[in-house]
Write a protein that binds this ligand. Structure first.
Ligand code: ZN
Length: 576
């Protein structure tokens, strides 16, 4: 009998779960005291949540989710126990691939726009867990480098929503095997709670320091103030006011601070020489990046991750990264990204992240020239080619279905990072450094209310039609172009001088202005050519030597196929 009851209970739980609106409530306030015990790999939390009903109907069943390795201990409202049903909710939004979901039944329904305060306690272990990655086939080692969050004696590192639900959330199930579902679920959660306030009082035993990416009103992140130490326990208040689009993240370990403008580095004791290398690299790269992106509005804040293989993480204005010793140039390229963020912010991902990646390519160019920058970008091209594969304009069937996203609203990293980086580079090649720098300087995030805002700023600096370009690359996803040299006509002028007419066809659905290069035994000449989607164009290039080869695209325009871009030139002078 007991068994049957249990089955029934599970069934009704499932039924209730499927009828739930997990988005009904917004978590407007968190007030939690969290005790982390590294030697037990565990945490204990207690405190209060304020939830607001953001639907048009009264709501009675808020949902509270924490990582599946944590347990609910109590849930009360106004000091009185309330009914709640706990089950494991499968979702890749947590590293463990599941959430301990409490479905609460409130004594009274909450009216639309009404709020309810819920007191909670929960606890449990947070070991490193790579379930969500290994079950979709990611090799264990790589999975561990990616999902590094855990509590342990030597190091504790915990990222919030999207990694470990160490504070309560409420999200719909998301699967890593369903394209971009997890990223979209995280983003939707963040957008919904972006104006929420989170106050945490963190306590931990031992000598370690706690470093976090919190941002109390008006105070820059990663501040170390407010630590109080008892005999064996240290405590520190954290405030995210508002949370914004930041993933609340903290680490505990033997951290030391190195402040060397523009860098503010938290490094692990014993790694001071690494920290100094990074600080020096940042100092050197800073003037060039500021010239492009303007004065820095904050320092570049780095927090060291202890294992050199851990994947870096951008937690708002704080960059969590291993600080391995490395080539200074490579470190400068990494830091160019963070320096750009410290100067330039935009609510649009393709601008915010795309420009930071563009800054890295610029830094590479500054170090070793255009070729090195193009090689740097080319390394990042294959995933973009893959994402744009089989892409056809809306309305036409394609197989497999396109992953395409208009850049302006893209949430897939390959678009708002990689594609955006190429788009900024192409724009820069088209309008020149001065015009682009001036347009970026004129940019005001709070005035960016419509997709065409930046195009208008650029039009004030550069008086040529760019509508077609923004249409093909930013406002819509039309895939990538595919250029081919269809004909070459060399003509001898005076003894040493030649003129080569090159015909180029673009069989893709996105147009671009692309370099055409004519090569000779010694040297080359190039011109830029605008080739719109599904069109042909012709360019005449003079060269003071016997031309041997014509090539379209030097790698600055991302293309679906780069293998059909060159044509040999036959002249009577060509070697037989
Ligand atoms: Zn970034």
């Amino acid at each position: 009998m007991k068994k049957i009851l249990c089955v029934l209970c599970v069934l009704c739980g499932v039924q209730l779960a499927s009828a739930l609106d997990r988005q009904a409530f917004t978590f407007t306030d968190y007030d939690l005291k969290i005790k982390v015990t590294p030697e037990a790999q565990s945490l204990e939390a207690q405190g209060k949540l304020t939830l607001r009903n953001d639907t048009a109907q009264p709501q009675r069943n808020p949902v509270l989710q924490i990582s599946s390795t944590l347990e609910w201990n109590s849930i009360t409202v106004a000091g009185k126990a309330v009914q709640y049903l706990v089950h494991t909710y499968t979702s890749d939004i947590d590293h463990s691939g599941g959430l301990s979901e409490a479905i609460v039944t409130l004594p009274q329904p909450v009216p639309p726009q009404g709020t309810v305060e819920i007191e909670i306690t929960y606890s449990g272990k947070v070991p490193q867990d790579n379930t969500r990655l290994t079950r979709i086939g990611v090799p264990a080692q790589r999975a561990a480098h990616s999902d590094w969050d855990h509590i342990s004696e030597s190091f504790t590192g915990m990222r919030g929503v999207g990694f470990v639900a160490w504070y309560p959330i409420a999200t719909d199930a998301a699967s890593l095997s369903e394209g971009n579902q997890v990223f979209d679920a995280v983003r939707a959660w963040q957008q919904r709670q972006s104006r929420s306030r989170m106050r945490l009082f963190m306590c931990w035993p031992g000598e370690g320091q706690l470093v976090a990416n919190d941002h109390p009103k008006g105070v820059p992140a990663a501040s170390l103030g407010g630590t109080t130490r008892g005999q064996r326990t240290a405590c520190r208040g954290l405030e995210y006011d508002p949370v914004g689009m930041v993933v609340p993240t903290f680490v505990i370990g033997p951290y030391r601070a190195l402040n060397q403008p523009p860098m503010a580095i938290q490094y692990i004791a014993g790694h001071e020489s690494y920290a100094r290398n990074w600080a020096t690299a940042g100092e050197k790269a800073a003037p060039f990046i500021a010239q492009w992106f303007g004065q820095r509005q904050r320092p570049v804040q780095l927090v060291e991750l202890p294992d050199k293989d851990m994947y870096p993480f951008e937690g708002g204005s704080v960059f969590f990264t291993p600080l391995v010793s490395g080539d200074e140039k490579d470190i400068q390229v990494v830091l160019a990204h963070q320096l750009a963020h410290a100067s330039f912010q935009s609510p649009r991902l393709w601008m915010d992240e795309g420009l930071a990646h563009f800054a890295q390519a610029l830094e590479r160019e500054q170090q070793e020239g255009r070729k090195a920058a193009l090689a740097y970008m080319d390394e990042r091209l294959p995933p973009l080619q893959e994402a744009e594969k089989g892409f056809l304009p809306a309305g036409k069937a394609s197989d497999p279905p396109p992953r395409g996203q208009p850049l302006v609203s893209a949430t897939d990293e390959v678009f708002f990072r990689t594609k955006a980086m190429f788009v900024w580079w192409m724009l820069r090649d088209m309008v020149g450094d001065d015009a682009l720098e001036r347009a970026l300087r004129a940019y005001r995030p709070d005035q960016d209310k419509e997709p065409s805002y930046f195009q208008r700023l650029l039009a004030e600096q550069f008086h040529r039609d760019l509508e077609w370009f923004f249409d093909d690359w930013v406002y819509r996803d039309r895939g990538l172009p595919d250029f081919q040299v269809t004909a070459v006509y060399p003509r001898k002028l005076i003894p040493e001088d030649w003129s080569v007419t090159v015909a180029v066809e673009n069989s893709g659905s996105a147009g671009a202005e692309v370099p055409v290069v004519v090569r000779a035994a010694q040297g080359e000449e190039r011109k830029r050519l605008e080739v719109r989607a599904h069109e042909k164009a012709v360019v005449r290039i003079p060269i003071p030597a016997v031309p041997q080869q014509a090539v379209v695209n030097d790698g600055s325009v991302p293309e679906s196929d780069m293998n059909n871009n060159a044509a040999e030139i036959k002249t009577p002078e060509s070697p037989k």
